[in-house]
Design a binder for this molecule. Sequence first.
Ligand code: ADP
Ligand code: MG
Ligand code: ZN
Length: 493
Amino acid sequence: MTYEEILTKYEPVIGLETHVELGTRTKMFCGCKTDFGAEPNTQVCPVCLALPGALPVMNKAAIEATIQIGLALNCDIAEWCRMARKNYFYPDMPKNFQTSQYDEPLCVDGYVDVEVDGVTHRIGIERVHIEEDTGKTLHVGGATGRIHGATESLVDYNRAGIPLVEIVTKPVPGLGALAPEIAKAYVAELRDIVRSLGVSDVRMEQGSMRCDVNTSLNLPGEEWGTRTETKNVNSLRSVERAVRSEIIRQAGILDEGGKIFQETRHFQETTGDTRPGRSKETATDYRYFPEPDLVPIAPDRAWVAALKEALPEKPSVKRARLREDWGISEIDMQSVANAGAVELIEETIAAGASPAGARKWWMGELARRANELDVELAAVGATPAQVAALQKLVDDGKLNDKLARQVLEGVVAGEGDPAEVMAARGLEVVSDTGALTKAVDDAIAANPDIAAKIRDGKVAAAGALVGAVMKTTRGQADAKAVRELLLERLGVS
Ligand code: ADP
Ligand code: MG
Ligand code: ZN
């Protein structure tokens, strides 16, 4: 059966669980730092190493960020809730339980509106709760970096205890063949919302945002099917592929009269399909119970109201407003958003550039450069003020496009502001008419045959002489001005 045939026969239901690592300065239950990439086991203490007798204390900034996320997702914020112990063994989890939330989450019952092809789909949010991350295990001595064949396993506890927020959707039925695409659009929207709050850098490729994708199939009119949970899907594209491949796989089994088992599966980046993992624990396996070492959370209503009041403009609303201001299409706006360029372009415009000018540099040269360096656009080495200054030099005729690109290269390399780079590298457009006239006259003198043709009215031949002038001025002349001057000197303007 083709994908389309499957979707005429079965109805998919999806559900997404997304983990967001918060960007707090310190960990969830201790004062250890959370800097990314520090030497292993240098950001640890008795609490996050679970040494006997150490007691946790809640991080207020993490609770605040979780409430902000809940509010931005239209959730109700609990008046009173507790943390819970989720018991299981994992070598990089020193306590042998994860401090999480179970039946008393901090935020419940919200929604996110997701637009695909001009149609809005409302995705229900079941819960938003706070928990903590585990450490990291490194298997060494083997060829693959996996435990199989390794001689030793090393554990780095720096990440243990970093606050994580888990955002769980309600089951979403009724999406039909669009389920994979809407799942991806939901995760993108969620990422933009969390980013707009400034509480996490939400970078899927670095793991600060991770998705588990639940998928099931049922026949029309029947109960929802058994779901599988595909773990740690690490890019937007993979979210879409994971849902799609699970739909195809499950349909194959059901069509042969087989059964789907509730299990954890792993997404394979290379093949785009899913492989079985462990058979899924049920909640009772975890022996959840309320955390006795932490006080309950009872957020003051005035605090919650103030946080709600202070929420930033919704990304979807902001995109629509800017799209109007900048006069660009929805698709162009989408690529600006996907490139993480919305704020950069906004600030460049605020610094004096035109919308078209600002967008051109960030989405062109700078996006290409960021891609090469494998860094976020914001970290590429040019500031909005510098990009605005560059565009101004172009508008003032001091730089042409080609020279401006070279100046930008210098700016990105840390050589200074555009005017400084232009001066230091001697890149300014030759605007001195005396010098330009001499260059044109030299070109005419050096190419008498071509000059004669142009005088005879074969204006098409002018290109060769313009080229000669551009060459002697090392590209630093304005080609249009050269052409005009040339025709004038030859008396054919
Ligand atoms: P667990 O921790 O066992 O994964 P959660 O409640 O955290 O359970 O998450 C379950 C996810 O699966 C939710 O997003 C939920 O909407 C989704 N889900 C539940 N039932 C189905 C189903 N029949 N098909 C697809 N998704 C489902
Ligand atoms: Mg789960
Ligand atoms: Zn610590």
